[in-house]
Design a binder for this molecule. Structure first.
Ligand code: SF4
Length: 273
């Protein structure tokens, strides 16, 4: 008698999971079909800013005493690291402008923003979370909570997620639209990893990389509920399970990332305008 056949399980980075709910077809292209997505300098700048701020916040936790200047140095090192690969023709910014913006934002973050928070973890490593999609398909979420912190405020524990980008701050506040699935995933993983509940709203800390350097915050509520559902309504995880079970990943030509610049599937995708 043949052994029962099971579809292979997939391992997915927790930080990529939210992209599934933006354009699943794009997500499949990048994470399952391994199409390469070469980013522009602005995205590389974002990576560098996050590296600098993470070094600073981790040092605050460890008590190793790194300064805003040390964090700025880490930002520049990352920006100039050949592994932080980007296509210089894709964005309207030069490397020296990128460095200037990065230095301003990292210094501002370290001096004015980070000290306002009581962080208990920076880019926390999560315990793998298995999602049973049915028909023998198990999707495992793993990895760190890239760019996010766990913060304590009074008795409450919540997620603070750093987002950088040209329009990450508008009218003085961080843009929260579209970040719910990422936050919901992190809340779920925090509770799964630590066994402790999330007891406070989540916060986006936005760092604007175009125009005047601005940092603003915004609140996201009930993100985990959107992920897991409740009161008889399905959550996004249920929709995701259906996609993995059937192998149907739906296109979203209205995605903000639906362009040649941000989507490696653009050239072959029939669904965009
Ligand atoms: S081109 Fe647009 S619709 Fe097609 S996969 Fe990319 S983001 Fe999705």
């Amino acid at each position: 008698m043949n052994a029962p056949e099971y579809l292979p399980s997939l391992t997915v980075r927790a930080s990529s999971w939210a992209g599934l709910f933006d354009c699943a077809y794009r997500w499949e292209g990048i994470h399952l079909l391994k199409l390469r997505n070469v980013v522009g300098l602005r995205a590389a700048l974002g990576t560098a800013i996050h590296a600098g701020t993470a070094v600073f916040d981790q040092s605050r936790l460890d008590g190793t005493g790194l300064t805003a200047d040390d964090a700025a140095g880490a930002m520049v090192d990352t920006l100039r690291d050949p592994e932080n690969e980007f296509d210089p023709t894709r964005d309207d910014i030069t490397i020296s402008e990128a460095e200037r913006v990065g230095l301003t934002l990292v210094s501002k973050y370290c001096i004015e923003v980070s000290p306002r928070y009581d962080f208990v973890a920076v880019e926390m490593e999560t315990k793998p979370l298995d999602i049973d999609c049915g028909s023998g398909v198990i999707v495992r979420l793993t990895g760190t909570m890239d760019r996010a912190r766990i913060r304590r405020q009074g008795d409450g524990v919540g997620i603070a997620d750093l987002k950088s980008g040209s329009a990450a701050v508008q009218k003085g506040a961080a843009v929260t639209k579209g970040h719910g699935p990422q936050i919901g995933t992190y809340e779920l993983l925090y509770e799964h990893t630590t066994g402790q509940p999330i007891t406070d709203d989540a916060e986006i800390i936005g760092l604007k990389t175009k125009g005047a350097a601005e940092i603003g915050t915004g609140t996201i509520r009930n993100a985990k509920r959107v992920m897991v559902g409740g009161d008889g309504a399905p959550g996004l995880i249920e929709f995701a399970a259906e996609m993995f079970k059937t192998g149907r990943f739906y296109p979203n030509p209205k995605s903000l990332l639906c362009s040649e610049k941000y989507c490696p599937r653009y050239a072959t995708c029939r669904f965009h305008d």
